[in-house]
Design a protein around this ligand. Structure first.
Ligand SMILES: Cc1cc2nc3c(=O)[nH]c(=O)nc-3n(C[C@H](O)[C@H](O)[C@H](O)COP(=O)(O)OP(=O)(O)OC[C@H]3O[C@@H](n4cnc5c(N)ncnc54)[C@H](O)[C@@H]3O)c2cc1C
Length: 309
């Protein structure tokens, strides 16, 4: 691994996740440009070393165990703005993209104001809020296919975006290098202020977390007994989207603590790190939520956060 200048050894992943949870990684490399991303992947493959691609670490729960491989933190931050198109490196922070688009009077990313993480991470999970998501602005994506060691260009259609889904979740060999976004002319300053204040009101931002733990449930709960017990379900059923936070709250789990982790009292779909939580504390809370929601609502929840064991 010595040909990767700047590689670090025995790095605590706690410091690279917004959850402030994680064990030690044997190797850690910050790739500042496309060439370094490719070199790091090729080096790991040549050494038969497992590797993991990391963005801003805001949607991930690292386990407490040691990782005997290489973490490649994507940090290419190149940015080019041409009329209403933005071409940006996968490592650029979303917050910077929002600011730059506001500066250039380009609208389309206002929903992302205050959202932590990188463009690559947002594309991987088709991050979104307030009924919008990154897929609405993606034109094409440059990826490196780590299986065949080739660069490819994918159209938005080829990325198979869905609700918190993309091809990248299914094919982990595809590493996002950069993306072309298409925005519209428009002023988004007011929207940005509104979005940030809404986040502050509804999310427990004063504690470490990884955002929403579960996806909302897309579908209906038809069981009449359950709908009669929870009349709000009529409205959610009509929209065919049942907020995960609602399901967790109704199971009486808000404020539940295990070890140093807590199901937020403000937003039940957030687990917060209140006191040096371990990944195992969070796993226990996740299992508890899954069991209780299954029992009360007869549905299975799907995780939104990525778990790296
Ligand atoms: C307080 C808070 C609020 C949040 N609010 C929202 C919200 O409103 N909506 C929402 O959707 N999310 C939200 N999140 C979750 C998170 O911020 C987003 O999902 C974000 O887009 C993740 O980006 P990241 O760079 O941090 O990804 P990471 O956490 O670093 O990685 C997530 C996954 O993406 C993969 N990945 C990252 N970069 C690349 C790349 N270049 N190529 C291939 N794979 C890659 C990683 O391997 C990993 O599997 C919130 C999180 C927090 C802490």
């Amino acid at each position: 691994m010595d040909n990767l200048t700047g590689i670090k050894r025995n790095v605590s992943l706690k410091n690279h996740s917004t959850f402030r949870i994680g064990g030690i990684a044997k190797y850690f490399f910050e790739a500042e440009n496309k060439e370094e991303i490719l070199k790091a992947i090729k080096t790991a493959k040549k050494s038969h070393l497992p590797f993991f691609i990391l963005g801003g670490g805001s949607n991930i729960l690292f386990s407490d165990k040691r990782f005997n491989g290489l973490i490649i933190k994507i940090n290419n931050q190149d940015l080019e703005i041409k009329k209403n198109a933005i071409i940006a490196g996968a490592g650029i922070k979303l917050s910077r993209l929002v600011l730059e688009s506001a500066k250039h009077n380009l609208s389309g990313l206002e929903w992302a104001a205050g959202l932590p993480g990188t463009l690559g991470g947002a594309i991987y999970g088709n991050a979104g809020a307030f009924s919008k998501s990154i897929k609405d602005s993606v034109k094409s994506i440059k990826v490196f296919d780590a299986k065949i060691l080739k660069i490819k260009n994918l159209s938005a259609k080829q990325c198979k975006f869905g609700y918190k889904e993309s091809i990248f979740k299914k094919n982990r060999n595809l590493v996002i290098i950069s993306c072309e976004l298409i925005l519209k002319k428009g002023n988004l300053k007011e929207e940005i202020t509104k979005t940030i204040s809404q986040r502050k009101k509804t999310q427990p931002l004063n504690f470490p977390s990884a955002g929403c733990i579960f996806k909302n449930y897309l579908g209906k709960i038809k069981n009449r007994k359950i709908v009669l017990k929870y009349p709000e379900l009529e409205m959610f059923n009509e929209k065919r989207i049942i907020p995960a936070g609602f399901l967790i709250e109704k199971c009486g789990l808000k404020g539940k603590n295990i070890g140093g982790a807590q199901i937020s009292k403000l937003h039940a779909n957030f687990i917060i790190n209140t006191n040096d939580a371990k990944a195992k504390d969070v796993f226990k809370l996740i299992n508890l939520i899954e069991k209780k929601v299954k029992k009360e609502f007869k549905i299975s929840m799907e995780k939104e956060i990525q778990i790296f064991n």
